[in-house]
Design a protein around this ligand. Structure first.
Ligand code: FES
Length: 119
């Protein structure tokens, strides 16, 4: 119970944090979470060609805010351990959906299940 409370408190703090302040500051092949005060947090990945890929940074499991993992090149959810590829595709559950594209108004619930096991 205490461990879970610590996780939740950490997660709420994460809503106030931002990994990057400007999308343009990202290097190629790198990602981060942009958390502006005026909108929902964005998971952003800049590919090797310099093209930006933007997703909702809210985990489709229980709306935790994902973090960029520069070693694995993935977006990881610190709450229950879901992991998403740099392209927002679910790699490991318990989330059952991909990260929602930033321009997807319908949300993650409408996305295709990427397969694999879930907890
Ligand atoms: S909220 Fe992300 S794995 Fe549960």
């Amino acid at each position: 119970m205490v461990k879970h409370d610590i996780q939740i408190n950490t997660q709420y703090r994460r809503f106030l944090q931002t990994d990057i302040t400007e999308i343009e500051e990202l290097g190629r092949g790198s990602g981060g979470v942009l958390n502006s005060a005026t909108s929902k947090p964005l998971a952003v990945y800049k590919d090797e060609e310099g093209k930006m890929h933007k997703y909702s940074a809210l985990c489709p499991h229980m709306k935790g805010v994902v973090c960029w993992n520069d070693v694995e090149k993935s977006f990881d959810c610190p709450v229950h351990g879901s992991r998403f590829s740099k392209d927002g595709i679910r790699v490991v559950g318990p989330a059952k959906a991909n990260l929602a594209p930033a321009d997807n108004k319908a949300g993650a619930e409408d996305q295709e299940y990427a397969g694999g096991s879930s907890m």
